[in-house]
Design a protein around this ligand. Structure first.
Ligand SMILES: [Zn+2]
Length: 324
């Protein structure tokens, strides 16, 4: 990744932190106007803390002297007074703290000198030119309207599309709940277009991003093309390639529409297989049925999917057409 990318991301973090502190200052101003004594307390605590730090620095022995002790006692008394004033006014202590977007790294981008997942996610977005971004915010389980699926039992499958999608949702929620478990299977979403497969992937991605997991979404043709491009043009520096294997969740959408040849099969197999070996979760969605899958892809790919993925079949009429 380029130095300017990192610089841009660091600038966003700085902006986020500045905003958090600015908002806090505004909020504090309001609270202090409401309870002026709090402003005095805050200033007194600051003064005591500075005096105490100075005294510790200048002290010749490591032992705490009585002066420092008295300052610390004073800070404790002031803090208790502050807490009780806040309690009386029904203000929580956390209202006097900055609100960062990422609670893991406090919008610094780093945790224990390691890049935070929110940082890695931004790098992924940048590497893929944001082409991997689904409509994450709007598409969530709360907006998932089950009523657009018919509740008439489909004779062929012995279940109504609505009950079927309910079961699928349940599987998806379990997938999120057990995301860190190596026993949790991956998800293979299949069935005709327009039945909410991409929408469901997006809901899952949304929840996992909230859990600070990194997510990469790509359609199969784009993914395989960019990997092959990367191999050819970027020898020894395969950044895209690495993320495909390292990202917490990889979503391969629209499998089956890509142009296939043996080199492409090999790429796809390597992705699926390596992620399985490393216990990294993957969601694959496709309009192919299982027979078509079997005739299009070689046995190694199909057998890995059948053994390691929950096969979730989407049934019903195209809800996008129905909604028009
Ligand atoms: Zn973070």
């Amino acid at each position: 990744m380029s130095a300017s990318t990192i610089k841009n991301i660091m600038a966003t973090y700085e902006q986020k932190r500045n905003n958090a502190f600015y908002n806090l200052a505004q909020k504090k101003e309001k609270i202090f106007n409401q309870i002026p004594r709090l402003r005095d307390i805050e200033n007194e605590i600051k003064t005591c803390a500075i005096k105490s730090a100075k005294s510790i620095l200048l002290a010749e022995s490591n032992e705490k002297n009585s002066y420092v002790q008295s300052l610390e006692d004073n800070i404790n008394i002031l803090t208790k007074e502050k807490e009780s004033l806040l309690k009386q006014a029904n203000i929580s202590l956390s209202d006097l703290e900055p609100k960062f977007e990422c609670l893991k790294c406090n919008d610094t981008g780093y945790v224990n000198n390691q890049k935070c997942n929110c940082f890695i996610q931004q790098l992924i977005n940048d590497l893929y030119n944001d082409s991997n971004l689904l409509n994450f915010n709007e598409q969530n389980f709360n907006n998932f309207n089950l009523n657009i699926f018919s509740d008439e039992v489909d004779i062929k499958y012995g279940i109504s599309p609505r009950n079927n999608i309910k079961n699928i949702q349940k599987e998806a929620k379990n997938f999120i709940k057990n995301f860190n478990s190596s026993k949790q299977k991956n998800l293979f979403l299949f069935g005709p277009t327009g039945l909410g497969k991409t929408y469901l992937s997006s809901c899952i991605a949304n929840e996992l991003l909230k859990m600070q997991k990194t997510v990469l979404y790509q359609t199969a043709p784009l993914l395989i093309n960019s990997l092959i491009d990367d191999k050819i043009n970027n020898k020894g520096n395969n950044k895209l390639y690495n993320e495909v294997f390292k990202v917490d969740l990889l979503i391969i959408d629209d499998l089956g529409v890509e142009f296939t040849n043996s080199m492409r099969f090999e790429e796809l197999f390597t992705i699926i297989n390596t992620r399985l070996i490393n216990s990294k979760k993957t969601i694959i969605s496709t309009n192919l049925n299982l027979d078509e899958l079997q005739s299009k892809y070689d046995d190694r790919i199909v057998s890995r999917i059948i053994a390691n993925y929950s096969l979730l079949k989407f049934i019903g009429e195209d809800i996008r057409i129905k909604n028009r």
